[in-house]
Design a protein around this ligand. Structure first.
Ligand code: AMP
Length: 413
């Protein structure tokens, strides 16, 4: 197992202490109701551990992008209610648009050991996301961090993997103003699985990347090429690579300014002796479906015979077999990004074929959140994966080999 050298909730003595815990409760909502509570359930082990240890547990999180303004539809009140149900005990919601105003202070002061309080959406405060580019911004950011720290008895636990790649007041800043900081179980689990898969994989290690744009995944491609044995590229981003090899790609998605980069990566793969697999055929349409899930006529072409007026929208049947066979031979697989416009059932076969191949292998399988995680869940394969990350953007940055502010901020063991 990759070792995480940071203090965890097991390393701090929290009995009778007020502890601030940063969770990721950024759950999807519809008409005031939570439509998927995965992120809440993922946070339960850390919260339960702190309750059982006799801590006074003060939870905080952001939801959506209110950008420093109070948006009533983005209140965390429904999360408190759902949390109460899941924990089987009252979670008091500190209704306080200033997050750490009088109501929050009062709620914290009245806590008994084992009590749980949830603060309001941290992004109702603009200080949460200040970039600290001027002395004034730094001062305001630090003041907010200090107020958060002052609610506690000097304890901060970071368990919001989904936002750990951002340096915000509640994900990293506050750690500088408390005596004790630690990561929660969710952070520990995410980092160990992602870290292990990338840094110490059982080989062969196959990485699969998809999604729309090459530009979004430049560093991921480069970093994974160094770490893996085979890099598979599908989805919209594959066509820029196909064009870089000199083939016609019709009206498929293309990052023209990234053609040289793709050539570089093809060279890099050759130099490193790594396999870089691209689609050998494509499911094409005449145009982009509108709406995205509308019925649409499709035609399959070999990748070197693509007509100029067709758009590559999914990997073709031969590619599905090629990619699935590669997954079969792997001992570790990391996957991020769909193989096609999977929102349309007629263009989802490639994404589903990869999901199925992952479900069938007994290799270590790590899913980097986002669309690939959604596809795995939709197919009912979730329990067949070794690990499904709760953070799309965060896991991608991790795969880039970047250090995460929310991890760096935590004290070492
Ligand atoms: P990303 O956010 O970069 O992971 O990309 C996900 C999006 O990429 C999904 O909404 C897919 O519909 C889209 N996508 C995947 N393959 C293609 C393709 N061949 N052409 C256009 N869009 C695609």
């Amino acid at each position: 197992m990759a070792k995480l050298n940071k203090k965890s909730v097991d390393d701090i003595d929290v009995k009778g202490k007020k502890v601030l815990v940063r969770c990721d409760f950024n759950v999807p909502m519809k008409e005031g109701k939570i439509t998927d509570d995965n992120r809440i359930t993922a946070a339960l082990p850390t919260i339960q551990k702190l309750i059982d240890s006799g801590a006074k547990v003060i939870l905080c999180s952001h939801m959506g992008k209110p950008k420093g303004e109070v948006k009533p539809e983005l209140t965390l009140a429904p999360v408190a209610k759902r949390l109460s149900e899941l924990l089987g005990k009252e979670v008091k919601f500190a209704a306080d648009n200033e997050v750490v105003g009088e109501n929050a202070k009062k709620a914290a002061a009245e806590m008994k050991d084992g009590d749980v309080v949830l603060l309001e959406n941290t992004r109702f405060r603009k200080e949460e996301e200040l970039k600290c580019k001027t002395p004034e911004e730094t001062e305001a950011f630090n003041a907010f961090c200090k107020d958060l720290a002052a609610l506690t008895d000097g304890f901060f636990v970071m368990d919001a993997f989904g936002t750990a790649h951002r340096r915000h007041a509640t994900t990293a800043g506050v750690a500088d103003f408390v005596k004790n900081s630690a990561v929660g179980y969710l952070m520990q689990k995410e980092i160990q699985f992602l870290g292990n898969a990338v840094e110490a994989p059982e080989r062969p290690f196959v990485a699969i990347l998809g999604g729309a744009k090459v530009a979004d995944k430049l560093n991921v491609i480069s970093n994974l090429l160094e770490k893996c044995d085979t890099l598979i590229i599908g989805g919209g981003m594959a066509y820029t690579f196909v064009k870089a090899q000199g083939f016609e790609i019709g009206t498929s998605l293309c990052d023209d300014e990234k053609l040289d980069y793709c050539k570089e990566m093809l060279e890099k793969a050759k130099k490193l002796g790594k396999k870089l697999l691209l689609p050998v055929d494509a499911v094409t349409t005449a145009s982009f479906p509108d709406p995205i899930d509308a019925p649409i006529e499709t035609e399959v072409y070999d990748i070197d015979k693509m007509p100029a007026d067709r758009m590559g929208m999914d990997i073709g049947p031969r590619t599905r077999e090629l990619f699935a066979a590669e997954v079969k031979s792997a001992r570790t697989v990391v996957w991020n990004g769909p193989m096609g416009v999977f929102e349309n059932p007629l263009l989802a076969k490639g994404t589903y074929a990869v999901a199925e191949a992952l479900a069938e292998t007994d290799a270590v399988t790590v899913i980097g959140g986002g669309d690939s995680a959604a596809a795995i869940k939709k197919l009912g394969f979730a329990d067949k994966m070794t690990h499904i990350s709760t953070g799309g953007g965060a896991s991608l940055e991790y795969l880039e080999g970047k250090k995460m502010p929310g991890v760096e901020a935590i004290q070492e063991k």
